[in-house]
Design a protein around this ligand. Structure first.
Ligand SMILES: [Fe+2]
Ligand SMILES: [Fe+2]
Length: 176
């Protein structure tokens, strides 16, 4: 298969990190009165973050881990755990708080800090590793796969499932 050498999964993922960084900056600069803006920004964060994280977990991290040495495997283990902590603790906490409150502002700030930390570490360790382990043609193929996956039934279904899981956790917390 002919690959487009200009495509690069690492550029795509880094670009998505930057979009998330921008969204969190915007959320952090809202006041407690900006309920609708906060809801809209949070929805944008979710729709950007969920496919990105799912694809990394299901496709990209396993592919890197397969070729990585011990330190590389450790970096992948860290990345998985950071995803898990955000998905199971931080994100449900944000979604369980009312957007017009200081509690939301505090939780959203932690959410942004966690994502910022994870993205920076991923860029400096995982992406660096991927650049060493994969050829330019392979990184280009990953980029095409990712785009197709995002538009596919499998991509939509896995993101939908993650959203439902988050909603159930949120409901459970509200009742507790
Ligand atoms: Fe990640
Ligand atoms: Fe990422």
């Amino acid at each position: 298969m002919a690959t487009d050498k200009k495509r690069d999964i690492l550029k795509t993922l880094r670009g998505e990190h930057d979009e998330l960084r921008t969204l969190f900056k915007q959320i952090n600069s809202t006041t407690d009165r900006a309920i609708k803006t906060r809801e809209e920004l949070l929805a944008k964060v979710e729709s950007g973050l969920l496919p990105h994280a799912k694809w990394e977990e299901d496709v990209f991290y396993p592919a890197i881990r397969d070729r990585a040495d011990r330190d590389g495997k450790k970096a992948i283990a860290e990345a998985y755990l950071e995803h898990h902590a955000v998905e199971s603790i931080v994100m449900p906490e944000v979604k369980a708080s009312e957007p017009g409150t200081p509690e939301f502002a505090g939780a959203a700030k932690v959410f942004g800090e966690q994502i910022g930390h994870h993205a920076s570490e991923e860029e400096s360790t995982v992406f660096k590793l991927a650049r060493e382990l994969f050829s330019a043609a392979e990184l280009s193929e990953f980029d095409e796969q990712y785009e197709q996956w995002k538009g596919s039934a499998a991509g939509v279904a896995s993101v939908g499932a993650a959203k439902v899981k988050g909603a159930i956790k949120t409901a459970g917390r509200t009742l507790a």
